[in-house]
Design a protein around this ligand. Structure first.
Ligand code: ZN
Length: 338
């Protein structure tokens, strides 16, 4: 991504002056940790000269090499599962049936460490970006430690983490920290509007204030109108509304709906759905038990059940939250996972 996210510009310029050998970039999911890490790498390698030159300039050979993923002094470690979403997929490397790994492979970490010991190709610096650093298992993290302890002068290490506490303390303590914050609402809405999103406030709320997440939702075909129609469709037990969704997205959305219905039942304001789209009448006690069940389900990322059966069953559960209307013969649905 070459267009920088506007809320990351100031922290990026700040980070350029922070001459840390290793930087730990952290902040909430959806703030743009990868975009920040990549943008900072591009700035660190930018070859713009002259006083007051803004880096990255976007015009020099180095910036161009970064944009085409061909800079010899930049290396990125990503788990396989993130390669396609972030535009780094290699056609031939992926077996079609295999589920892409969410871990960074240790051989790749070792190769990257060897690479940091080779001389700099273009004379500016070498940058190794690890996104997210929490995707390294312990052996990989331990392999990296030595590089963190005995840094080569021209090498910069950038690590990202949504939750730095998940990293080994020895890794954390050897990095300078840089925290990123979600943009103010107005700035996020402006940015979403520039990207052509209709009713950006609905999608920004849907995404819990995370603009990149709002874009991801829209990219999955969930626009503001579809989001606003969702509570009613779920009430009707209409599983076609979510038929194309993956389970993680469905579970996350149902948790948001559950949160809002509970807020509403308790007399508070919803957070993710427009208030007028939430059908009233669901009982607080049932919502509380549904919330616990959804939370439990979302902790497992490998579901033993058939995904589409589970999705249908979850939709039926949602529909059963509201009292059946007069004349309806819908039966109560037994809950899952007990
Ligand atoms: Zn440049």
């Amino acid at each position: 991504m070459s267009a920088p996210l506007p809320w990351l510009e100031a922290p990026l310029q700040q980070a350029l002056h922070q001459r840390a050998h290793a930087l730990l970039i952290h902040g909430p999911a959806g703030v743009g940790q990868y975009e920040f890490g990549f943008g900072l790498s591009r700035a660190l390698l930018c070859e713009a000269t002259g006083e007051g030159a803004i880096r990255p300039c976007g015009r020099c050979t180095a910036c161009h090499l970064m944009d085409t993923h061909g800079h010899p002094d930049f290396r990125l470690l990503l788990p396989e599962a993130l390669r396609e979403p972030l535009g780094w997929a290699e056609e031939e490397s992926r077996k079609k049936d295999a589920k892409p790994s969410k871990w960074i492979r240790i051989e790749e970490v070792r190769q990257a460490i060897d690479w940091t010991h080779q001389s700099v190709s273009r004379g500016v610096a070498k940058v190794l970006l690890i996104h997210p650093a929490t995707a390294m298992q312990e052996a990989s993290a331990n392999a990296l430690l030595k590089t963190l302890e005995e840094p080569s002068a021209q090498v910069r290490l950038l690590l990202t983490a949504t939750d730095p506490e998940l990293l080994l303390p020895t890794i954390r303590s050897r990095c300078q920290r840089l925290g990123l914050a979600l943009p103010p609402r107005e700035q996020a809405l402006e940015w979403l509007k520039e990207r052509g999103l209709a009713q950006p406030q609905v999608l920004l709320d849907a995404a819990g204030g995370r603009p990149l997440e709002a874009v991801a939702l829209a990219g999955e075909g969930v626009d503001a109108a579809a989001w606003a129609a969702l509570p009613q469709r779920l009430r009707q037990g209409d599983a076609t509304a979510v038929a194309s969704w993956g389970l993680p997205r469905l579970l996350e959305t149902l948790l948001k709906l559950c949160h809002d219905l509970m807020a509403q039942a308790a007399g508070g304001a919803p957070r993710y759905f427009p208030a007028e789209t939430l059908p009233p009448g669901a009982a607080l006690a049932e919502l509380a038990s549904w919330s616990r069940e959804l939370t439990q389900l979302s902790r497992h990322d490998e579901h033993p059940w058939n995904a589409s059966l589970l999705a249908e069953s979850l939709v039926a559960q949602a529909a059963a939250l509201w009292p059946a209307r007069a004349g309806s013969s819908r039966a109560r649905v037994t809950t899952l996972g007990r």
